[in-house]
Write a protein that binds this ligand. Structure first.
Ligand code: NOJ
Length: 450
């Protein structure tokens, strides 16, 4: 027996996510701006530039989000705008963010606010960024200001976005600023990010009793590259621990385990009110004896469905398994990001339906998922990939700033508006997903059988 409709819990949050540098435009005072000026750093020599021009026109896109039935939006604040120089607070930037957050509220879009989403003010980067333990207290000072100034407009806070991804890309692979390739440095940065999370968690609660504060964790569904190899199985287990587990143990049990060190950190014990899960793909890990560094890089299952530019494998079941796994945190869960680059929009409807079916399945089994944020509302600046990867439910023409809602945007709107997925909806938008979403028999076949 298959359900004829997948209904989501009452009050479920349906939205999309963005991040300051990727959408605002005009961010010239952070480390990414400097990075983009260096030849060869960004695909096709792209620069964030004007991006989606949100510093001037975010509200126009909030209108679109609202029209598309969404009831929440996750965005980030740009530290380099709010504190352009040490201890100097830019009142006009605070005023603009007030407007933006109030704009969300007016449209009945519950704001979820990320405090650090990959970009640092140049002056912080010059002092060593997250390699320097001083950044933890600088971050706390910034968080304190933000909560005092804007806290009346925000209840849902995310401290740090994807700490492991940040450490990995900037300090191990070296493709993001500051372009380092050092395992010990990556580990040190991760430790500092987690400590900063703990400090921020306590601070926000001291200032705002009703705040809900979470960490946003990228979770890859990890499997061995060659399942019959004992070594790959062991290695995949180790990488799973490193990429997925260590940070979760840190923010729940307050323990740093190797290679993070070995310590109990009281401030980190029980330091999340919710867990933000960013899920994109399954990742295969295996040992490459000839090029050791390759063993640290996730591989894709090439037999699977792969999104544009081999960004990731479309593997919805991974989301279910991750949700079942993180249920042990004992905290509410938000899917703070989930999406794919798909310029033609030929995979996205299937992607959305099949992933949401897995979310629904996890909820049926008691996993407390409270909301889902698709990445992203609109095409935006995809870091070192520049503008070629198109993640938006809304397509953006960056030359004219024109928007066009993709089919998947309309599909998602119907789900948000009805809080449900029906066979009729699947049939209309992605009949190829019917089997995955509603089981083997098509409803029409069921009817025919009487
Ligand atoms: C995760 C990051 O948080 C976001 O900044 C990025 O654009 C998406 N994944 C897509 O890669």
């Amino acid at each position: 027996m298959y359900p004829s409709i997948l209904s989501f819990p009452e009050g479920f949050l349906w939205g999309t996510a963005t991040a300051s540098h990727q959408v605002e435009g005009g961010n010239t005072n952070n480390d990414w701006y400097l990075w983009e000026q260096q030849p060869g750093r960004i695909r096709n020599g792209d620069r964030a530039g004007t991006a989606c021009d949100w510093w001037n026109r975010a509200e126009e896109d909030f209108d679109r989000a609202r029209e598309l039935g969404q009831n929440t939006h996750r965005l980030s604040l740009e530290w380099s705008r709010l504190e352009p120089r040490p201890g100097e607070w830019d009142t006009s930037a605070f005023a603009r963010y007030r407007q933006v957050l109030a704009g969300l509220r007016q449209r009945h879009l519950e704001p979820m606010v990320t405090l650090f989403h990959f970009t640092l003010p140049i002056w912080v980067a010059e002092r060593g960024g997250w390699m320097n333990p001083e950044t933890i207290s600088l971050f706390s000072r910034y968080v304190e200001h933000v909560v005092r100034e804007l806290g009346d407009l925000v209840t849902l806070w995310c401290t740090i976005n994807e700490p492991v991804v940040y450490a990995y890309q900037g300090y191990l692979r070296g493709i993001w600023p500051p372009g380092r390739q050092s395992f010990p440095e990556a580990v040190r940065v991760l430790r500092h990010l987690l400590l900063a999370h703990g400090e921020a968690y306590r601070l926000i609660h001291a200032l705002q009793g009703e705040a809900q504060v979470g960490l946003v964790k990228n979770m890859m569904y990890v499997e061995p590259w060659r399942p019959d190899s004992w070594l790959d199985r062991k290695w995949a287990g180790f990488m799973n621990r490193l990429y997925n587990e260590l940070s979760l143990i840190a923010v729940t049990e307050g323990r740093f385990l190797p290679p993070l060190g070995r310590a109990t950190v009281p401030k980190l014990i029980d330091s999340i009110d919710f867990l933000g899960v960013n899920y994109y793909t399954r990742a295969l890990f295996g040992v490459d004896k000839r090029r050791w560094m390759n063993s640290l890089n996730p591989r894709l299952n090439t037999a699977g469905i792969i999104s544009d530019y081999e960004y990731g494998e479309v593997f919805p079941e991974g989301l279910y398994r991750i949700l079942k796994h993180v249920q042990r945190c004992g905290k509410p869960i938000y899917i703070t990001e989930n999406g794919l680059p798909d310029a033609d929009d030929d995979l996205r409807p299937y992607f959305i339906l099949t992933h949401l079916q897995q979310v629904w399945r996890a909820i049926q089994e008691g996993v407390p998922v409270r909301g889902y944020y698709h990445w992203s509302l609109l095409d935006n600046f995809e870091w070192s990939e520049g503008y070629r990867m198109r993640f938006g439910l809304i397509e953006v023409d960056f030359a004219t700033q024109r928007r066009r809602v993709r089919r998947s945007g309309r599909l998602y709107a119907e789900i948000c508006q009805t809080n449900a997925i029906t066979p009729e909806l699947v049939e209309r938008y992605a009949p190829e997903a019917m089997e995955a979403v509603f089981g083997a028999r098509l409803p029409s076949a069921v009817k025919e059988m009487g």
